[in-house]
Design a protein around this ligand. Structure first.
Ligand code: PLP
Ligand code: ZN
Length: 388
C-alpha cells in the first residue's frame, strides 16, 4: 500500500496509522495522511485513469484503505462538472462551471468523506461510530454505516432539515436531537463516547473524511484536462472540502501532474455564521467562535471549526479570499440557478452563486476568468425552507 503514515497538520507529530486515531495527541489539531507518492505514481497516472471506474475510488492509490474488500461504496464521486453558460451570461462571467455534488449518494458531497471514513472504520473493525452533524454528514454516515453493518449514533440540532432526520432514522441510525448548535452536539458526543465505546467521526477529528473529500481536487484537475481553473468558490462550514482540495493540489504537483499554480480559493459563508470570513478579514489565523449563529443553510452553521488555520492558510497562499452572503441572497440565487440551468441547489450551493455576484462586483474575479462553483447538496432536502 501507498499510505505510509499519519502526521499532525500543525506540529508535525507522527501518529501510528495502523490503529484508529482522532486528533493530534500533542496539540489537538487535525491529522493528515501521507502517501508514498513516488510509488503511487507508477500505477496511478493520467493515462491509467482513462479506463478506471467512475467513482472516487479511481484514485485508490492516494486513498487510505488497504484491502479492496473493506471499501464501503455506493459509487460516490466522479460527479459532473457542468458548464452553466446561461447563468454565466446572467452574472457576467464567460466561463462558469458548477461541480454538481448533489448527484452523490445521499445527495451531498458528505458521501465522499463518509465513504472513506466508514471504509477505514470497517478496516479497523470499529463497531460504533458517532457524529455531530448539521444534517448531510448525518445522512451520509447513516447510509454508509448501514451498508458496512456498523452502528451509527447521530447528534443533530433539533431544527436540522426534516429530510436529514428522517433519512437517518430510516437508515437505521440512532438519532438524538439537541436544542442547540452543531458545537453542542459535538460536546455531547465528546462527553459520552468513552463510556459508550463510540468512535468519533466529527469533521477533521478523524483523518479520513478529508481524504475522501480531497478527491474533489483530483476530479477538478482531471475533468479540466489537468489545468486548474482561475477561481474556486466553496461554501464553507468545517472546511473539509477546501482543506482536502488544497492537499490534493499538493499531492498532484508531487505526482508531476500539475505545476505550482493554484486556483484562487474563496470561502463563502452565511452572514449569520461567518467565523472564517471574520477571522480572515481581521488577519487572524485562528477563528473565534461565531456567537448566535443563524442561517437556513444548515451545512454552513458551524460556529467554530478545528481546521480554521488550515483554511485560512490555503485562502492566503492561493491569493483568494472570503465572502459572506445573506439567506435572502441565497434563496434568490436558488431560483436563479434553477431557472437558468435546471439545477435545484441546496442553499449552501446557491451561496456560491450569490458570493460570485459580490466578488465580480468588487473586482476580485474578472469576467474572462474560468470560475468553478460547488453545489454541495440538493435543494430537495430543504423543502421546509420554501414557501408553497
Ligand atoms: C457540510 C456541508 C457544507 C460545508 O462543508 P464543509 O466541508 O464542512 O466545509 C456545504 N454544503 C453542504 C450542502 C453541506 O452539507
Ligand atoms: Zn500536533
Amino acid at each position: 500500500m501507498y499510505y505510509t503514515g499519519l502526521y499532525c497538520s500543525a506540529c508535525g507529530e507522527p501518529h501510528d496509522h495502523q490503529v484508529p486515531q482522532n486528533i493530534c495527541v500533542k496539540c489537538g489539531k487535525p491529522l493528515f495522511a501521507r502517501y508514498d507518492l513516488e510509488a503511487a505514481g507508477r500505477t496511478l497516472t493520467p493515462e491509467s485513469l482513462r479506463t478506471r471506474g467512475k467513482s472516487l475510488w479511481r484514485y485508490r492509490e492516494v486513498l487510505p484503505v488497504r484491502d479492496e474488500a473493506d471499501i464501503v461504496t455506493f459509487g460516490e464521486g466522479w460527479t459532473p462538472l457542468l458548464p452553466v453558460p446561461r447563468l454565466g451570461s446572467r452574472l457576467g462571467v464567460e466561463r462558469l462551471l458548477i461541480k454538481d455534488e448533489s448527484q452523490n449518494p445521499t445527495q451531498s458531497f458528505k458521501a465522499r468523506g463518509m465513504a472513506a471514513a466508514v471504509s477505514m472504520a470497517k478496516q479497523f473493525g470499529l463497531q460504533k461510530l458517532a457524529v455531530p452533524s448539521a444534517g448531510n454528514a448525518a445522512g451520509a454516515l447513516a447510509a454508509y454505516a448501514a451498508r458496512a453493518g456498523i452502528e451509527a449514533h447521530i447528534f443533530m440540532p433539533a431544527d436540522t432539515p426534516r429530510a436529514n432526520i428522517i433519512e437517518c432514522r430510516e437508515s437505521g441510525a440512532n438519532v438524538t436531537l439537541i436544542n442547540g448548535l452543531i458545537t453542542d452536539c459535538g460536546a455531547e458526543v465528546a462527553r459520552r463516547k468513552a463510556e459508550e465505546g463510540w468512535f468519533d467521526v466529527s469533521t477533521l477529528k478523524e483523518p479520513y473524511r478529508v481524504e475522501g473529500k480531497k478527491t474533489l481536487g483530483y476530479e477538478l484537475a482531471e475533468q479540466l484536462g489537468w489545468k486548474l481553473p482561475d477561481a474556486v468558490l466553496y461554501p464553507t462550514g468545517g472546511g473539509t472540502g477546501l482543506i482536502g482540495m488544497w492537499k490534493a493540489f499538493d499531492e498532484m504537483e508531487k505526482l508531476g501532474w500539475i505545476d505550482s499554480r493554484r486556483p484562487r480559493l474563496y470561502t463563502v459563508q452565511a452572514a449569520g455564521c461567518a467565523p472564517i470570513v471574520r477571522a480572515f478579514k481581521e488577519g487572524k489565523r485562528f477563528a473565534d467562535e461565531f456567537l448566535n449563529a443563524a442561517t437556513r443553510a444548515s451545512g454552513l452553521r458551524v460556529p467554530k471549526a478545528i481546521g480554521d488555520f488550515l483554511m485560512i492558510d490555503a485562502l492566503k497562499a492561493s491569493r483568494g479570499g472570503v465572502v459572506a452572503v445573506t439567506d435572502t441572497e441565497m434563496f434568490v440565487a436558488i431560483r436563479e440557478l434553477g431557472a437558468a440551468e435546471g439545477i435545484f441547489a441546496a442553499p449552501e450551493g446557491a451561496a456560491c452563486v450569490a458570493g460570485l455576484k459580490t466578488l465580480l462586483a468588487q473586482g476580485w474575479i474578472q469576467p474572462d476568468e474560468q470560475v468553478v462553483l460547488f453545489n454541495t447538496g440538493a435543494g430537495v432536502k430543504y423543502l421546509e425552507c420554501f414557501e408553497d
